[in-house]
Design a protein around this ligand. Structure first.
Ligand SMILES: *Cc1c(COP(=O)(O)O)cnc(C)c1O
Length: 348
């Protein structure tokens, strides 16, 4: 039996919620979308939320909300997916890629400080793999922060859920994320003017004079699914945490580094990323035994956009392996993963 790398936890409740929207004939930008936005804003603890059709769209609208465009620079970390570069480039602004910290792969406040100049208009801060970034040091830099919570919905920093620290925060509900609507995204903020502007940009049909707008709207069946997933989220996070603690115990004496929780944070274990000196052999060995592991980042952004070297990112690219973790992973499967990794390292 194959143990996949990731798996959404969806089923009969989501199916019923989606079916009832289809039965209602109110398919898009209707009550369910507004209900999802209200619930989501309440969960994060912010004044409002705008639902969109992807995390990338959420990033694009957040940048436009801040008035970012040609001639501006936006700082992004190197160890993350290319969606960040695309969103910045949609606006015409330039990306400036900086290195990350070794422990959790999050953006380095020191490297960020060194990259700030007169053109810098924002920093996009992903909380990688569900581990909150160093928000205190990043906020102290005095540049607007867009939190990218695509991995980290429900994670806490200083006892508060992430997504309310930045001026704007974005989320993704793509199939492999913490909670899913198939595709989907959300922008949240405490700034009602920004929310209003972003809501306006989301649809093309509410301007009297010509201005560039987008169609980033989502559907009511996705929202209905999102509502169910948000209700399930605390339980799904708990299940991920339980699996992480089984891995922590079971792999403790193997010659790999395990993910560490930074003091004052509560990660949600979107990914369980270990570091192995024998990454490729490790992935092959597990794959041959039916366990799917993955590189958590496919291409480092500094290479993608041809910028300066990022030594920490390059080390992580060589060593980081994401092993299966998701709410529906059974305890017996967790034990198989642990035993197989122990086997790879010759431990019984
Ligand atoms: C998935 C992801 C995105 C993009 O979200 P989509 O919904 O796939 O467009 C952006 N940032 C991070 C950190 C992500 O993991």
């Amino acid at each position: 039996m194959i143990i996949p790398h990731s798996r959404p936890m969806v089923g009969a409740v989501e199916a019923r919620a989606v079916a009832s929207v289809i039965g209602s004939s109110l398919l898009a930008q209707s009550e369910k979308v507004m209900e999802f936005e209200r619930m989501f804003a309440e969960f994060i603890g912010v004044k409002g939320a705008v639902a969109v059709n992807s995390g990338t769209a959420a990033l694009h609208l957040a940048l436009l909300g801040l008035g970012i465009g040609r001639g501006d620079e936006v700082i992004v970390p190197s160890f993350v997916c290319t969606a960040l570069v695309n969103a910045v480039r949609y606006t015409g602004a330039d990306v400036r890629v900086v290195d990350v910290v070794e422990q959790d792969g999050n953006i380095s406040p020191e490297a960020t400080a060194g990259a700030i100049n007169k053109k810098t208009k924002a920093i996009i801060v992903p909380h990688m793999f569900g581990y909150p970034a160093d928000l205190r040091d990043l906020l102290a830099l005095g540049v607007p922060i867009i939190e990218d919570c695509a991995h980290s919905v429900g994670a806490k920093y200083a006892s508060r859920i992430v997504g309310s620290f930045g001026i704007l925060s974005v989320f993704s509900f793509y199939a492999t994320k913490m909670m899913t609507t198939g595709e989907g995204g959300m922008v949240v903020s405490n700034n009602v003017n920004l929310l209003k502007k972003i809501k306006g940009l989301r649809e093309y049909d509410n301007n009297k004079r010509y201005a560039l707008r987008y169609n980033y709207k989502t559907t009511d069946f996705q929202a209905a699914m999102g509502i169910v997933q948000l209700r399930k989220l605390p339980d799904m996070i708990l299940k991920r945490k339980r699996i992480a603690s089984l891995y922590n115990k079971g792999l403790e004496d193997c010659p790999i580094s395990l993910p560490l929780e930074t003091k004052g944070t509560s990660p949600v274990y979107y990914r369980y990323v270990i570091k192995s000196r024998r990454k490729n052999a490790f992935i092959d060995y597990l794959r041959q035994r039916g366990i799917c592991c993955a590189s958590p980042v496919f291409i480092p952004l500094h290479k993608y956009v041809n910028q300066d070297r990022c030594p920490v990112t390059e080390r992580l690219m060589r060593e980081a392996v994401s092993i299966p973790i998701y709410p529906s992973l059974k305890r017996s499967q967790v034990n198989i993963v642990i035993d197989t990794i122990r086997g790879f390292y010759g431990r019984s």
